[in-house]
Write a protein that binds this ligand. Structure first.
Ligand code: NAD
Length: 488
């Protein structure tokens, strides 16, 4: 009961309507859709089910506010973002409760998402006052060259369900810092956290029309009319590669600036010379953060033959000791997967791998009962060519496969169409730099777990996307370079 009291308190401060032009209001159609708790399979709330007319109303508001926001002083934009950071941290328990209730990750993990997510507001508050251009003289000496950075314009921000807060702050923070207005479209499985975040932005003093949120059970009825409207100038999308490809095609019609944070299939590579205890600790974190439903989660464990058994045994023991349950219960390490469909996909990959010769060292069986739980699972001796090694798993399942030398592991790690994150465990620093140059990944974590940080550029190569979020790179996704030439 204490747990449901926590959820009730969080829901009490969470809007369930659309926020357009500074007003909370129902969908034009009057329709709503339910949001469920994946641990209990109970309904948490009914949320406004926006449609194309709501999407276009949000674009009207964002377009009308664009010039005013672009001309607002950088210091004012910065201070609003900084206030939003403080408010988010002040409400961290309620926001983390919402994340756990609608997405499933344990409370401690949700709290670390709030801290991580809030950092994007603080970081971009600091970046807002550092936007600059350059000046030079043309080689012929006849022209002075000035560059300026202008906001791209109204931006559509589409986010996934696995980090319902951090994926929103990672986009809204730089958009607002750069002087762009925004329409946020959160995932239909997890809209509550984003709605609470937008309420915080309102309280922080974001002017009407600068941030709008349209929740919907039909994502394309929001995105399609917006992408077809020339007033929209930017799409930032985080989600699956398949949907990203469709949206890129639709963005071509108005030649939109696009940022794409798509799927991953991160290799986790352990060499014979690594500290194996450290590698196991990192593996557990890199595989359980966000219940394994993270684009940068370690996906495939490549372990050099000499330490394969030691690593696999240590990993299986650590995984077997994890506590699985409803994320609001103290002491729980792993919550449910986000939906029954997600669990089915994970279970199918594990069963297929077992049929092809992988050994279930721990876990690997769907439990009975309420909630979309799946046990932490280590698969040993997974043969090369087994599909699970090159597919995005998105669950607490770790397939371990053996390799012999550097050339082999580089070839196999690069053999997926993805290129987001990679993890490397070795004590040989020259090997680190050699592999960094050869592995096709946007982010390489060395002798540690996930390395996400608001001050670092997050993003991928190949089908994992384009553009970077966070770091000094993040704000440039929302800025257009303008060149001004004057005679000398
Ligand atoms: P998804 O692609 O199904 O959905 C992402 C968002 O797109 C949601 O808001 C959804 O409503 C919307 N959407 C779905 N279909 C759409 C369509 N036809 N038109 C317009 N919008 C549409 O992805 P998901 O299941 O929510 O998230 C999981 C995926 O996201 C994984 O592949 C994961 O790797 C990826 N991801 C990537 C990053 C990154 O930074 N690279 C971060 C988190 C998640």
């Amino acid at each position: 009961m204490a747990q449901s009291g926590l959820v009730e308190r969080a829901l009490a401060i969470t809007p369930t309507q659309l926020f357009i032009g500074g007003q909370w209001r129902p969908a034009e159609s009057g329709r709503t859709f339910p949001v469920m708790n994946p641990a209990t399979e109970e309904k948490l709330a009914d949320v406004a089910n926006g449609g194309s007319e709501d999407a276009l109303a949000a674009l009207d508001a964002a377009s009308q506010a664009q010039l005013m926001w672009a001309e607002t002083s950088p210091r004012t934009r910065s201070e609003i973002l900084r206030r939003a950071f403080d408010l988010l941290i002040g409400h961290k328990d309620e926001i983390a409760t919402l994340i756990t209730a609608e997405m499933g990750k344990p409370m401690a993990d949700a709290l670390s998402e709030v801290n991580y997510g809030a950092e994007f507001l603080r970081w971009f508050a600091e970046e807002a006052v550092r936007i600059s251009g350059r000046t030079t003289v043309a080689p012929e000496g006849i022209l002075q060259i000035f560059t300026a950075q202008r906001p791209v314009g109204p931006s559509l921000l589409i986010t996934p369900w696995n980090f319902p807060l951090a994926m929103a702050t990672r986009k809204v923070g730089p958009a607002l810092a750069a002087g762009c207005t925004a329409i946020l479209k959160p995932a239909s499985l997890t809209p509550l956290t984003s709605l609470a975040f937008v309420r915080i932005l309102e309280e922080a003093g974001v002017p009407a029309g600068v941030v709008n949120i349209v929740t919907s059970s039909s994502a394309s009825s929001i995105s399609a009319p917006l992408l077809a409207d020339p007033r929209l100038r930017k799409l930032s999308f985080t989600g699956s590669t398949e949907v990203g490809q469709t949206l890129l095609q639709q963005s071509a019609q108005n030649v939109l600036r696009t940022s794409m944070e798509l799927g991953g299939c991160a290799p986790f590579i352990v060499f014979d010379d690594a500290d194996i205890d450290q590698a196991v600790r990192s593996a557990v974190i890199a595989k359980t953060r966000s219940n394994g439903e993270a684009c940068n989660a370690a996906n495939t464990f490549y372990v050099q033959r000499g330490v394969a058994e030691e690593f696999t045994a240590g990993f299986a023991k650590a995984f077997a000791g994890l506590q699985v349950g409803e994320g609001l219960t103290p002491g729980v390490d792993l919550g449910p997967l986000v939906s029954s469909g997600q669990r089915q996909d994970v279970a199918r990959m594990v069963d297929e791998a077992a049929d092809l010769g992988a050994e279930r060292r721990t876990g690997g069986v769907v439990p009975d009962g309420v909630g979309f739980f799946y046990p932490p699972t280590v698969l040993g001796d997974v043969p090369e060519g087994t599909p699970i090694l090159t597919q995005e798993i998105f669950g607490p399942v770790a397939p371990v496969t053996v390799f012999d030398d550097e050339d082999e592991v580089v070839r196999r790690a690069n053999s997926t169409p993805f290129g987001l994150a990679g993890y490397l465990h070795t004590s040989d620093m020259s090997r680190v730099m050699r592999l960094a140059a050869r592995l096709e990944v946007g982010m390489l974590s060395v002798n540690t777990g996930p390395i996400s940080n608001a001050a670092a550029p997050f993003g991928g190569m190949k089908l994992s996307g384009m553009g970077r979020e966070g770091g000094t790179e993040g704000i440039s996704e929302y800025l257009e370079c303008q060149y001004i030439g004057l005679p000398r």
